[in-house]
Design a binder for this molecule. Structure first.
Ligand code: NOJ
Length: 735
């Protein structure tokens, strides 16, 4: 349809019909087998089900084809129903969790993965994915850091744009792509003390410089929807925030797509003490141009009356409805309401070796090697014992892999190890070693408890000790439970479960070579694990091809190349911890003990492993930086180069990182900021020159005059392997 036809459709719709386009119902309202939310789906009036414009969390090609047919037949204007779902890191084939994808520092690979995920979702009947989550994440206590690509502005921005492009493709209506709904606007990651749904108090300059750029990058990449966040920003709930929504999102960013609330976030303005009641909440959200009320009854119950009484102008309603109709139209739903739905194509994709290969490569690139003492890796030895609760665990997906179904297609560490060592002469053994969780641990909606827990762990530890005695190398597979990360999983401790640490201590006592793998969705405190292990590697929640990707790296088929997308703390008390801090007036010199400087009495300031950090096999060295000049003019280009050399046994990829520091500004400037990065492949012994171009726009920030500008003066620059090291140079920006 063209715009004129859409307008004519709009003018033909009743007030009730128009309001209902702005209502999103939980999947349970249409499908009793869908996730039931506890909001009594069965009480939703039949009329609302008949007219609501969208629903979420149902999938299945045949089921959705059937539902669409019935829905459209009953709808007065036969307007198709929109199906939305959280395809966060895979639909049926699950890729590493977003934090793991961030660790790849490989936006092209992430884009490819998103397009594979979109193809599966589209074949299964989905039109919109609630992804990517663009929230800057600096506090490891917040469980949702797993859904982000980490703490850095540039990395998040590039990854968010890559995911949007991958999901939406060149043409979103080709039946192989889905519309991307970015979330959660805005600054959800700034939740006070890392507690989910908690308020956000943040200066405007930090919001603009740190938190907003990734959303902006995703919108510039064409994201068709934006989801509002649960939090307040400086006292006003995001879902009705006039400055965030109208001034920044709509006017400044030029976003004219659909703005949808998060789940029930409109009605949450009542307990937030910002709205009197549901009607008041609906009025406030409409005033902020929020188009769809996700799973709340505020719009469905009150918007009609608000328009009739003139409290919400009909013009505002019409604009919101037009945005929803345009989205349906852009998705091609008016031409083909079943766009791309095909159970056969989904099956073909699931078993397509190229799809699995893409997931496997992403896993391999996401793994971050933190320690490798005496070249413990790649694995060697004739007897290898894989021990620990993740040695044979297919539950290596996040809680957002909601449409995966059963995990029988997941490649565990055990499965991949048996494949990798078959016929090589190396013997492998497996032992669980301990339970995954401590007794009484909270995992999202439940509490873990096992009456035989103690006895079971005694037995498992004995079996593990025996396997370790037999082996020359132990690969210890530890980590968080997937229910300890994701929504509503904030934690005040970042340690591995005690039962797992006890196992590590016991096995370290055997004096065998210990390679510890950590499965997690957030930075953990790994000081003790690092001390007791010969090698230490972070595996995140790696998904369907987890075992393969991990064995590829352990065996040296691929050298490790992942880099940390978030700083790993020495202690939880350092959180929120991020490398791009503002300097203080009393910096602690080189982490030496020095009273009356900005420091802790009982812990160093620095991260245990900083943002950008990650080893490979062999050593990577950086030469001093050469600069094409000492000054940069506003319209000029400065080239900074360094030679990067690999001395090692095999080819390895390395992410070379460029950091800058503005020495003085009208507002204090961060101690370092990532400004560019590049993955390069090095052969053993090879040296490559890596050059970055520096231009004036890269130096802009939100100045004391409340505008984006650069300020002439001195800049420091580093090219290196992470945020805490590298070769340094300097230049001056001239006015
Ligand atoms: C709530 C979550 O905050 C959001 O990320 C998700 O997309 C919606 N529920 C829909 O499932």
């Amino acid at each position: 349809m063209n715009d004129q036809q859409l307008f004519s459709l709009l003018s033909d719709m009743s007030l009730e019909e128009k309001v209902m386009q702005l209502v999103q119902l939980p999947g349970g309202a249409y499908d009793p087998t869908a996730f039931q939310t506890g909001i009594s789906e069965e009480t939703i009036p039949q009329r609302v089900r008949q007219l609501a414009g969208s629903t979420l969390s149902i999938d299945g090609a045949d089921k959705l084809r059937d539902l669409q047919t019935r829905y459209m037949a009953a709808h007065p204007h036969h307007i198709p129903l929109l199906f939305m779902l959280d395809v966060v890191h895979g639909h049926k084939t699950v890729f590493p969790c977003p934090l793991g994808q961030g660790a790849t520092f490989d936006p092209a690979l992430v884009e490819e993965g998103a397009s594979v995920q979109a193809a599966e979702a589209a074949a299964d009947g989905i039109h919109v994915t609630f992804s990517p989550m663009c929230d800057l994440s600096r506090d490891a206590r917040w469980g949702r850091v797993m859904e982000s690509t980490g703490e850095d502005v540039l990395l998040n921005s590039r990854m968010a744009a890559a995911m949007v492009k991958g999901y939406q493709g060149e043409r979103v209506d080709d039946g192989r792509h889905v519309a991307s709904c970015i979330k959660h606007f805005a600054a959800y990651g700034g939740a006070e003390a890392g507690r989910d749904y908690q308020n956000v108090e943040l200066s405007e300059h930090t919001l603009r410089e740190k938190y907003l750029p990734a959303y902006r990058a995703a919108i510039d990449a064409g994201a068709m929807l934006v989801m509002s966040s649960f939090n307040t920003w400086n006292g006003i709930p995001a879902s009705a925030h006039p400055q965030l929504m109208k001034e920044i999102l709509r006017a400044e960013f030029g976003f004219d797509g659909v703005l949808i609330s998060d789940y029930g976030a409109v009605r949450e303005m009542v307990p937030h003490s910002y709205a009197e009641d549901d009607a008041d909440a609906a009025r406030k959200s409409m005033a902020a141009t929020l188009d769809i009320d996700m799973c709340g009854a505020c719009y469905s119950g009150h918007l009609e009356e608000l328009v009739r009484s003139g409290k919400v102008p009909e013009q505002a309603l019409d604009e919101a409805v037009m945005r929803v109709l345009r989205l349906k139209n852009d998705l091609g739903l008016f031409e083909d309401p079943f766009r791309g739905v095909s159970a056969e194509r989904l099956e073909a994709l699931r078993s397509d070796p190229a799809v699995r290969a893409s997931a496997r490569k992403t896993v391999a690139e996401s793994l971050v090697l933190l320690e490798n003492k005496n070249e413990a890796l790649p694995l060697r030895g004739r007897r290898i014992a894989f021990i620990g609760p993740y040695a044979e665990n297919a539950d290596i997906h996040s809680s957002w892999a909601i449409s995966l179904g059963d995990t029988s297609g997941t490649v565990t560490v055990r499965k991949a190890a048996e494949e990798a060592f078959a016929g090589t002469g190396t013997e492998v053994r497996f032992a669980a070693g301990c339970t995954l969780l401590d007794q009484g641990t909270h995992v999202n909606v439940s509490i873990y408890s096992d009456p035989d827990w103690e006895e079971k762990n005694r037995r498992l530890a004995d079996e593990a000790a025996e396997a370790a005695e037999w082996a020359d190398t132990v690969v210890l597979c530890l980590g968080e439970h997937r229910g300890q990360t994701g929504e509503s999983t904030s934690r005040v401790s970042l340690t591995l479960p005690e039962v797992q640490t006890d196992l590590l201590r016991r096995l370290a006592g055997t004096k065998k070579r210990i390679v510890t793998l950590v499965f997690c969705g957030r930075p953990l405190e790994l000081k003790e694990a690092a001390a007791l292990s010969d090698a230490l590697m972070v595996c995140w929640l790696p998904g369907s091809e987890g075992g393969h990707g991990i064995l590829d790296v352990l065996t040296g088929r691929t050298a490790p190349s992942g880099k940390l997308p978030m700083s790993f703390p020495r202690a939880v008390g350092q959180e929120p911890l991020h490398y791009d801090q503002y300097p203080t007036g009393r910096p602690r010199p080189d982490d030496r003990y020095d009273a009356f400087t900005s420091r802790y009495l009982d812990c160093e300031n620095s991260a245990l492993y900083p943002f950008g950090y990650g080893l490979t096999y062999g050593e990577v060295r950086f030469s001093p930086v050469t600069l094409s000049g000492g000054t940069l003019a506003p319209d000029g280009v400065l080239t900074a180069s360094a030679d990067v050399t690999l001395t090692g046994p095999m080819p390895a990829e390395q992410t070379v990182q460029l950091y800058l520091r503005d020495v003085t500004g009208s507002r204090v400037r961060p101690v370092r900021e990532l400004k560019d990065f590049r993955r390069i492949l090095l052969k053993p012994g090879e040296t490559r020159t890596v050059s970055f171009e520096i231009t004036e726009p890269m130096l802009r920030f939100w100045t004391a005059e409340n505008r984006w500008a650069s300020e002439p003066g001195r800049f420091r620059l580093w090219i290196g392997p992470d945020s805490a090291s590298g070769s340094e140079a300097g230049f001056t920006l001239i006015g």
